[in-house]
Structure formats: C-alpha cells, structure tokens
Design a protein around this ligand. Structure first.
Ligand code: ZN
Length: 165
C-alpha cells in the first residue's frame, strides 16, 4: 500500500500548426523527407513539450509556459531537449526518491507516416528517461484528414516520488 502513496500520474498535450519547408522534430528525432514541420517559437518538438508538461503536472508544478515564456528571446529556436533537461533538474530539486515508472504517448499527424520512425523515437525517449524500451509506448494516429496542417502530442507518465516539504 505504501508503494502506491508515492505514485503520481502526469499528463501533457502540445500542438503546433505545420508550415512548408520546416524541419519536423519529434522526440528529439528529425523525421526525414517531411514536406512540413511545426511553426513554433522553439524547435516545435510536440512530444518533448507534452512530456515536459506531463512531468510537471504530476507534482502540480505548473507547465512549461511558466518556465519558458514565449516572449523571452533566449528561447527562440530553442532545442527542446534543453526544456526536458531543465524540467528534469527541477523535479530532482523538488521531489525526493524521484523516478519514472512508464510513459505512454500518442502523436496525431496525417503526413508523413511515422511508423518507420517509431523505434528510433522510442529508443531516444527511453534513453532520455533512463527507461527500458518496454516502458516507453509511442502510438501514432492520423486526424483522418480533419486537420492535415496540424501536429499534436499527448503524453501520460507514471512517476514515483514525494514533494519535498
Ligand atoms: Zn510546443
């Protein structure tokens, strides 16, 4: 029973409009031969943005807009790995016995098809969170043509730890 008392669910979402000729980066991986990529202040990595929010939400620490306001010029073109690293550092400071149990993510995108990139995205996220591959679930959906110029990520995580009092 004690084990469950330290468990927290985190959830995050992120979405960007897609523009022609921009790089498409998902989970730190640049998707080859994409006709478009996110129009964003940073590199527009929806998976990392949703993951950062999921991690913060589990301990009610707000969201990345709080720590990375779009108005700040220093975040222009920011590699989203930096966002994850800063959020991770924040959690290590605020949470004792912190660990990630597993992650489940869904990316919604019509084109290009992401299936061939699943294992490389999964491996990159697993390495980042120091998790075995079978604890990193990456799913792909399309919008069925309803929003072809749109990319979205949804991420849930199960974490363990106690907020430092
Ligand atoms: Zn974003």
């Amino acid at each position: 029973m004690k084990e469950f008392q330290s468990q927290r669910i985190g959830y995050g979402e992120d979405a960007h409009a897609l523009g022609a000729g921009r790089p498409l980066i998902i989970g730190g991986i640049t998707i080859p031969d994409s006709p478009h990529g996110p129009v964003a202040h940073s590199d527009g990595d929806v998976l990392f943005h949703a993951l950062a929010d999921a991690l913060l939400s589990a301990f009610a620490l707000g969201d990345i807009g709080l720590y990375f306001p779009p108005s700040q010029a220093e975040f222009k073109g920011l590699d989203s790995l930096v966002i994850i690293e800063r959020v991770w550092q924040l959690l290590l400071e605020q949470v004792s016995d912190f660990s990630v149990v597993n992650l489940a993510a869904v990316i919604t995108l019509d084109q290009p098809k992401l299936g061939p990139q699943r294992s490389v995205i999964q491996a990159n996220v697993a390495e980042l969170l120091n998790l075995p591959l079978d604890r990193v679930g990456i799913g792909f959906k399309t919008s069925e043509g309803l929003s072809p110029q749109h990319i979205q990520a949804r991420v849930s995580v199960l974490l363990r730890g106690h907020l430092r009092g």
